[in-house]
Ligand binder design. Structure first.
Ligand SMILES: *[C@@H]1O[C@H](CO)[C@@H](O)[C@H](O)[C@H]1NC(C)=O
Length: 237
């Protein structure tokens, strides 16, 4: 019955892999060091491997080899990746191992023309795991690459204090002048839940993104919109 040995061994190999950033190209992946903040044991080096990151929409594609993980996507213009991390998407929980991709993650306009680091952090049963990309933030948007796909996984928004602590004032950001001049939002009055129906052409992710705001209106509202999208889809079917 030797063949029975194969599946467990294969799984063991996978389990050790934590997660891989498939796109954009990570500055480095080393299984044993992936838990080392802020970049999984690698140091950003802008003399090599700097890719364009389109602030109007760029894909982040991962392969999760844990049964569950919460995703944090963050950016900083600090080329050492130590300070100033900003969250660029709601924290999403992936249930089930396999491919996961957000096809159009956006970055604030203020980053255009700067170099910086895009960070992906996953909160898994093995703790926090880190990958980084060294980027030029450029205007415009990019079509997602073919590697941007979802496996048979479940996704939903999640609250994760460990991940939230890695961004904004909870992170290692320089203290006083907060980097987000959110002049726009006089709180609840500007919530645009009516935006949901017209976003159908770009799919749920865009809708979610539209409904979420780093200024604190929060993912609760986005979850509501997600529900609306799901209901809407069911209704159409
Ligand atoms: C993968 O699933 C997430 C969560 O539902 C969704 O936002 C995203 O658009 C999906 N990605 C692709 C490539 O369909």
């Amino acid at each position: 019955m030797k063949s029975l040995l194969l599946p467990p061994l294969a799984l063991a190999g996978l389990a050790a892999a934590h997660f891989q950033l498939l796109y954009p190209k990570s500055i480095g992946f080393a299984d044993d060091n992936e838990g080392t903040a802020p970049c999984g044991g690698f140091t950003p080096d802008f003399s090599k491997d700097v890719v364009d990151f389109h602030i109007g929409g760029e894909a982040l594609a991962m392969l999760l080899v844990h049964p569950q993980g919460n995703w944090l996507f963050r950016v900083t213009a600090d080329q050492k990746a130590q300070t100033g991390w900003e969250q660029i998407f709601p924290i999403v929980m992936q249930g089930g191992l396999g491919n996961f991709c957000e096809p159009r993650v956006t970055v604030p306009d203020s980053y255009v023309g700067k170099k910086g680091v895009v960070g992906v952090v996953s909160d898994t049963a093995d703790g926090l795991l880190y990958q980084c990309v060294t980027v030029n933030f450029v205007a415009g948007s990019a079509d997602p690459p073919s590697v941007c796909k979802n496996g048979t996984v479940k996704a939903s928004f999640a609250d994760d204090a460990k991940l939230s602590a890695l961004v904004g004032t909870g992170g290692s950001a320089p203290s006083s002048p907060a980097s987000s001049p959110t002049s726009s939002a006089p709180s609840a009055g500007t919530q645009t839940t009516t935006a949901a129906p017209k976003a159908t052409s770009t799919g749920a992710a865009a809708t979610l993104k539209a409904a979420w705001s780093p200024s604190g209106l929060g993912w609760g509202n986005a979850v509501t919109v997600l529900s609306m999208v799901v209901l809407g889809a069911a209704f159409v079917i």
